[in-house]
Design a protein around this ligand. Structure first.
Ligand code: ATP
Length: 444
């Protein structure tokens, strides 16, 4: 199997409508991307899968959707105004800007630019939050930030949610939404962008149980990726050493994926202790104390955070799915092995030919399937080429309607990964495809 490269992913994404450069007709905006018809469906499918896994399947986890713009004091309390910075150096010659922690140490010591060899400035801390102004005045009193993480919207609503949903600790609050960071090194396509989406679940616990819950969520979150269909050999944990820990964290593990450019973080699992709630207690003057009505215990809960990138997950899923497969005799195909539960199109429907009523029959079958699956109807060109077009966008099942369908009511069901074909009665299709999705194993 040929290795997937970023060039291949970017080119396929553009060619087939997964991801486009933002404002492309104006030359593009660096590091901003738009999700096309297939990309948005893939992203939504991943989001829905996560949402179901993290809320619907639990009786003690609920969702919220908080505003992107929050009271500026939130970011003072959270420590972001003070600490959410990267050390940056500028080259006096070529004017390029770099993160000091990402430059070779020897070069940094010699203050030498990695691009042109020119002299570098001393490192300065640069805050990653985007600032804007709310209301008609552009003064310091009107400054607001675009949230750099979705988590704070959950923390400030901790009491609202706890009291209105009558949950008892341990319980969780989940949220999916946009976050913004003024990243300096935005490369690798949609891996690191200034505007991105996170899927976060904050789990509120009794502080004496933090290790137990941390381990629980570490395992759960790794299993989630396996169930999403990601190859286990491409996933691993990375523990943060003392120097790496964020200002709020007592313990942190990343789930990393082996991208075409190396092992990189996909999700962070953090023991944030009572840091955030205590700070909001202090800055807002509102008590953030939980009362256990059975034991009468009072405490500020600890929080175990699971924070995954949604847009980064799209890149991960694409990289993991991509294969240039050699089929023998000079024949090749590009295939995306998406798990059928997240494939943007689940079923392709093709009449063998347009005439003799086959197109009408195929359209009727497609219409029935739409209730349960995302479908795509294609009647153009040789059937082999139609299959390949669907392989390239990861459609796991293809259905061909031929002359036998008119006689016997059976159709051909083709499997993307194995390219095998079986005959199935059209009235059995929905049930059969549901069973196939439930039992899917990559390659079969
Ligand atoms: P990194 O070290 O890659 O900058 P981080 O440790 O700052 O990430 P967290 O603050 O833990 O990341 O954010 C949680 C998740 O949000 C990350 O695992 C990643 O999937 C996603 N994420 C963070 N920053 C970005 C970004 N600029 N673009 C896309 N996704 C991001």
């Amino acid at each position: 199997m040929a290795d997937v490269t970023m060039d291949k992913l970017i080119s396929l994404s553009k060619r087939r409508g997964f991801v486009f450069q933002s404002s492309e007709i104006y030359g593009g905006l660096a590091s901003a991307w738009d999700y096309g018809p297939l990309g948005v469906q893939l992203k939504k499918n991943i989001q829905n899968y996560w949402w179901k896994e993290m809320t619907q399947l639990h009786d003690n986890i609920v969702g919220i959707d908080a505003a992107i713009m929050m009271h500026p004091r939130v970011w003072e309390a959270s420590g972001h105004v003070e600490n959410f910075t990267d050390p940056l150096v500028d080259c006096k010659e070529c004017k390029n800007r770099f993160r000091a922690d990402q430059i070779d140490e020897a070069l940094l010591k010699e203050k030498k630019c990695p691009e042109c060899g020119g002299e570098l400035t001393e490192p300065r801390n640069f805050n990653l939050m985007f600032q804007t102004h709310m209301g008609p005045l552009e003064d310091s009193g009107s400054v607001v930030y675009l949230r750099p993480e979705t988590a704070q919207g959950i923390y400030v609503n901790f009491k609202n949610v706890w009291q209105t949903s009558r949950l008892k600790i341990p319980f969780g609050i989940a949220q999916v939404g946009k976050a913004f960071r003024n990243e300096i090194t935005t490369k690798n396509f949609i891996f690191r962008t200034c505007e991105f989406e996170q899927m976060e679940m904050q789990f509120f616990i009794n502080p004496t149980e933090d290790d137990k819950w941390f381990d629980h969520w570490m395992q759960k979150r790794m299993n989630y990726y396996h169930e999403l269909g990601i190859r286990p050999s491409k996933l691993r944990f990375h523990e943060h050493g003392p120097g790496e820990l964020a200002h709020y964290a007592k313990k942190a593990f990343d789930i990393e994926y082996e991208f075409p450019f190396g092992w990189k973080e996909l999700e962070g699992i953090h023991n944030r202790t009572d840091f955030d709630l205590k700070r909001h207690n202090e800055y807002s003057g509102k008590e953030m104390i939980y009362l256990d009505d059975q034991t009468k215990e009072k405490y500020v809960p600890y929080i175990i955070e699971t924070s995954a990138g949604l847009t980064r997950s799209v890149l991960m899923v694409l990289s993991d799915a991509y294969e240039d497969e050699v089929l023998g005799e000079g024949d090749e195909r590009t295939v995306l092995h998406f798990h059928p539960q997240i494939a943007p199109i689940q079923v392709g429907v093709f009449p063998l030919v347009k005439k003799d009523g086959l197109a009408e029959l195929a359209k009727d079958i497609e219409k029935d399937l739409r209730e349960d699956f995302t479908t795509f109807y294609d009647q153009g060109g040789a059937i082999g080429r139609r299959y390949r077009r669907q392989d390239e966008i990861g459609t796991p099942y293809g259905i061909t309607i031929d002359y036998d369908t008119k006689e016997t009511g059976t159709v051909t069901l083709r499997f993307r990964d194995s390219m095998e074909q079986v005959r199935v009665h059209k009235d059995e299709l929905t049930k059969r495809i549901k069973t196939e999705i439930a039992n899917y194993k990559r390659g079969a």
